[in-house]
Structures are given as C-alpha cells and as structure tokens.
Design a protein around this ligand. Structure first.
Ligand code: PMP
Length: 454
C-alpha cells in the first residue's frame, strides 16, 4: 500500500546501508523489514521469509518478537535507565554472575556496546599488561588470516580480510598476521597432520617477531565471516602449547560463536581451549540491545591490581554506553530463554541434522565443494570444479542467495575475505530452528541448485 511504498522511498532516498550480504538484490527496491516473529520476518512489501541469517548479521539468536526481553528492558529502563559504567548497576551484576557460571575458568566481565569495541578494549588490556609487566615491550597482537574482529581501525588492524581492509590503511602498528587453518584450502597440499602444520605457522610468526614482543593472539574459534572454517584436527592442542611456551595470552573472539550458536555455550568449549580473554557481542542479548563483554580470568584482572591502592594501575578505559542498563537487562532475559528452551541442545541437534542434509546435497550437486560448520553456523563452499576447487564467481553466490530469497528463505554469504574468495553460502538460522524448518532450508537450496543445473 501507499504507506509502505513511501517507507521504501524514504529508505532509498535517505538511508546509507551498511555493506550488504544481499547486495545482489540492490538493483531492485531496497529491502525494508517491518516485522518479525520467531524465525520469520516480513518486509515492507508483505513478503514473509524464513530467516536463516539471524538478522542478516548472525545475531538475533533467540528469534524475533520476544516480548519477554522487551518487557525486561522496559521494566529496567523505568526503574533505572543508566548510570556510568564506573559504578555498578543491578542488571550488570546479575548478568555477570549468570554469564560466568557458563564459563568455568573465567572470572570478570567488562562491559561495552559492540563487538569491535570489546575487541579494542581487550587489545588495551594486553597493551597495559605489557606496560605494567614488560616495560611496554610485549605489545604485539597476532591475528589470523581470514578472521574478522571488527570495523574500527584497531579491530580492522587485527582483521585478516583483504577486502574489509582495502581502503582504510595505514593500520595500527603492532598487529601481525599469521596464516589461516582452512584444511579445504590447505597451504601444504594433501597432508596428514594439517592441524599441527597450521599451528606451526603461528609459531613461526612468533619466533620471527620475537616472543618477547608478542603479547597476545586473537582467534575466532570457528572463523565465521571469513568462510565458516572449523579448526582442523590437532590444531588447538598445538596452538595452546605454543602460546604457553612463549607466554602469549589467548584471546578468543566469540562475537559470532558465543551464547550457543555452535551447539555449546561457547565455541572454544568444543576444543578444550583455556582462554585468557573472551569477547562477546551479537548473541549476548540476541541484539535486542547493544551490549558486548570482555571476559577475563582472575589472573588478568589481578595484573591491574598489582599496585594495590595506586589508582594509576587501573585499566585506563571508559565508555559511556557501558552504563546503559538495557543491555544487561536484555542479556539476562535472553539467557533465561536459552536455558528454559534448551536452545544449546536444540542448536547441536538440529545443526547436526541440517549439516547432514547439506552433505547429502553435496553428493548431488557438482557446485558444492565443501560443507562445514558446527551447530547452527554452517557453510557451503561453491566451486566450478570439485577437483581443482576453483571458486565460483561472487555473482554466482549472490544469485543463489537471491533465488533463495524469492522462495522465501534468507541465507547469508561470507565476506570477500581471502584472496577475494567469496564463494561460501552461510547458514546461521535462529536457534529455535525445528527439523521441519531445517528441511525447508535444505530443500530450497536443493531446488535453486537444480534450477541452475549446478
Ligand atoms: N568479531 C567477529 C567474529 C564478528 O563477526 C564481528 C561482527 N561481524 C565483530 C567482531 C564486530 O562486531 P560489531 O559489528 O558488533 O562491532
């Protein structure tokens, strides 16, 4: 109707959208979403979709229209909307306690409002420890090719994705890249101990830089936007040993994987990783409010108390919006839903089911080179030839995503990350996904690939 028409025109004329996974559809009317319920979302034209992208950017984990979260936020805002993060508030303390129960070994929660910001704060923690303990020398932060850590210049300096970085240098000094660990695109050819060899690449970079200069390494537990890359067998034990050997802190970026996305509370818990720092965002409050967290061990926290009563030793960091109570209030309500509805388990069970269905599709369609992922974070890598693994052109992935959308299914694509590879479809559905909905996802992709004769 005319009101919705006007809305679309307002959007077209005034809003500058962020880089879209759905940019292939931009030539048509801009998509303006107006309503969501559960796993489904409706646009301004009245089209209804199953959203297998959890809000386009993988964050609405418990689904749309949760009045329970909205009510909790409203009640908290009426009671106390804000007090600066230099002091405590009720929901901040309550959520920190509940969160830490899910993270044995971790002990302190530092609040922020986006994933990028949480990572920046973590870098500052590493840098301040370097000052306090190592005369400023152990200040480098290593990051992995293909991993994404955020949009701000510091976080982008720690991001291993060429396209995201393309126009934005010079980057912050002290950030050093090490090679990826995607077995499907192994740097060493077809080898037996790929995971160990990939871990050794990290050691080489630590040795090249000098271990006395390396403060921390940041990893995604499963590389999300860079191609849905699960770590190969043997990788994590070897990496942990290397980091311990050279006294390098382990920072795990759980912005995508955290809060049950991969079928455990946190991605790192699949691999026996003992992190020093964990950052969380997106799923913390299923993006009902902007909130992120830096979670550290007690040992890290204690470094900041080293000078006892000397205030100068405290973390010299402050952000206004960490004092908004809407964030932790939403996060608490979100956590209750995850627990009550057993969504960690559902994610593991339905994720496995969907993964197997996609593996079946891979035997039928020559375009599917690889299927991988964990829980409800799954990737389908598209190739022109299964043998050579030559990637399809970006336009092919865009076309497939567009055709899925016309059939009522929103899927994502990974970033143009590695040597401009942009050939992986990404499924990141709402965590309440049912087996029937998983069937719909697989069947729709099957139909589209059949129509394309792919
Ligand atoms: N880390 C990872 C792994 C991410 O995927 C993202 C967001 N895509 C970020 C950090 C940055 O989070 P934000 O967009 O909230 O700044």
């Amino acid at each position: 109707d005319s009101q919705m028409r006007q809305l679309i025109e307002k959007d077209r004329n005034h809003v500058w959208h962020h880089l879209s996974q759905h940019s292939g559809l931009k030539k048509q009317d801009p998509m303006v979403m107006v309503e969501g319920k559960g796993t489904r979302i409706t646009d301004a034209k009245g089209n209804n979709y199953l959203d297998a992208s959890s809000g386009g950017v993988w964050c609405v984990n418990v689904g749309y229209g949760r009045t329970e979260i909205a009510d909790a936020v409203r009640d908290q805002l009426v009671k106390l909307n804000f007090f600066g993060s230099t002091t405590g508030t009720e929901p901040a303390a309550e959520f920190a306690e509940k969160l830490l129960e899910k993270m044995p070994g971790m002990s302190r929660v530092y609040y922020a409002s986006s994933g990028s910001e949480a990572n920046e704060k973590a870098f500052k923690i590493v840098r301040q420890i370097s000052q306090l303990k190592y005369g400023g020398k152990k200040n480098k932060i290593l990051y992995r090719e293909r991993d994404y850590h955020g949009t701000t210049i510091g976080a982008l300096s720690a991001t291993g994705q060429e396209e995201r970085r393309l126009h934005y240098g010079p980057f912050a000094p002290g950030f050093v890249e090490f090679p990826h660990c995607c077995e499907y695109r192994s740097q060493f050819g077809d080898v037996k101990d790929y995971g160990i060899l990939a871990a050794k690449e990290l050691e080489k970079v630590i040795l090249r830089e000098g271990p006395e200069t390396v403060g921390a390494v940041i990893f995604e537990p499963i590389t999300a936007g860079g191609g849905v890359i699960t770590p190969p067998e043997g990788y994590w034990p070897a990496v942990m040993e290397i980091c311990k050997k050279y006294n390098v802190l382990v920072h795990i970026d759980e912005v995508v994987c955290g809060m049950s996305r991969t079928g455990k509370w946190f991605g790192y818990q699949h691999y026996g990783i003992k992190p020093d720092i964990v950052t969380l965002a997106k799923g913390v409050a299923s993006s009902y409010a902007p909130i992120s967290c830096v979670v550290t061990t007690e040992a890290i926290f204690n470094e900041f108390l080293a000078d006892g009563s000397d205030r100068e030793a405290y973390f010299r960091d402050i952000s206004t919006y960490a004092g908004c109570t809407s964030g932790p209030a939403a996060a608490l309500a979100n956590l209750k839903i995850l627990e009550r509805e057993n969504l960690v388990e559902n994610t593991a069970v339905v994720g496995e089911y969907l993964l197997n269905k996609l593996k079946d599709l891979a035997t039928k369609h020559s375009i599917i080179g690889d299927v991988r992922g964990k829980g409800l974070l799954l990737g389908i890598e598209l190739v022109t030839d299964k043998q050579t693994k030559a990637p399809v052109d970006e336009q092919v992935a865009i076309k497939i995503a567009g055709m899925c959308m016309q059939k009522g299914l929103i899927i994502g694509r990974t970033n143009r990350s590695f040597k401009f590879l942009n050939n992986t479809l990404c499924l990141c559905p709402i965590l309440t996904l049912t087996h029937e909905e998983a069937d719909f996802i697989a069947d729709t992709i099957d139909q589209v690939l059949t129509e394309l004769n792919a």
